[in-house]
Design a protein around this ligand. Sequence first.
Ligand code: NDP
Ligand code: MG
Length: 347
Amino acid sequence: MADEFTTTVYYDDDANSAHIDDETVAVLGFGSQGHAHALNLHESGVDVVVGLREDSSSREDAESAGLTVTTPAEAAAQADVVSVLVPDTVQPDVYENAVEPNLDAGDTLQFAHGFNIHYNQIEPPEDVDVTMVAPKSPGHLVRRNYERDQGTPALLAVYQDATGDAHDTGLAYAQGIGCARAGVIETSFQEEVESDLFGEQAVLCGGVTSLVKHGYETLVDNGYSPEIAYFECLNELKLIVDLMYEGGHAEMWNSVSDTAEYGGLVRGDEIVDDHVRENMEETLEAVQDGTFAREWIAENQAGRPSYTQLRDAEMNHDIEDVGERLRALFAWADENDQAAAEAPADD
Ligand code: NDP
Ligand code: MG
């Protein structure tokens, strides 16, 4: 049994904010991660400059939040730490045009995901540090947790340590965005990228939606009503996942009926069988050997034809229509949950 962590976890006490206090951090992009990193760092006392295109739709948001905004090139020129938080598919372009010409020896190039470094879409000069602080959550939670004096767990990796301080700078950055309050887990760019791509393809985004669709279709094709199938295969998934999130599989199994537990235990591995495991191995191999990365880069270069088609098909699946109608019907349930969650504790 794994009773000890196999990796190092850092907290606020391990970080030294001096590594970033006197630095200027350029945050390129003000989207999901960008707005959270920029605002959290700013409120942690770090000198932040946000880099956005002239016609950026986010410019006003950043300025009205009290941040200094300039172009990505100018921000990179002013900064000691350049945090690249534009979408992964546009990073190589932004890097080439705005960042690379403005990198000085000893600067830090900071990412929240390792795709472009790991698959050589960005090749930094040898005299800069290259780090990753990757919060394990969407940006709005990174921001909200910070505002509530809480943290969001993050991964920390160093790809290149030109100054000898890359690790400390990365950890100070993680502290600045509030992640060291929750725990910062040491990893490598390779491990972060490969596990992230595999996870989202095989389990989280691809695997789960496919499982839900197959379950739904099996019921509907056998004459059960789409509404019942929707509730059973999609809606209830959240309740099950919440239990797993809180207390692992054990809490889930303990909370469902004995009949559900026996049925799930005896049939689960028959549904997701060795064949699925073989598919997972292939999916992982395509991530490891770069096949998936090449496919995705080519897809973008071609204007995303397959992506658009697959997305349309997904949006037009029957389950979407049924779900939309049912969610509208039961919207009051969410509003009650929301109100209860936001009510003062002594209410
Ligand atoms: P977003 O899609 O939210 O970023 C949008 C921002 O990028 C906007 O401010 C947009 O400005 C700007 N932008 C888009 N295109 C350009 C361009 N060509 N030049 C300059 N600015 C541009 O990105 P995310 O926050 O989702 O992702 C950022 C990084 O964080 C990625 O590496 C991602 O993998 C990683 N990450 C994301 C997570 C998430 O939950 N979203 C979780 C963990 C990591 P404009 O108004 O000009 O369009
Ligand atoms: Mg991911």
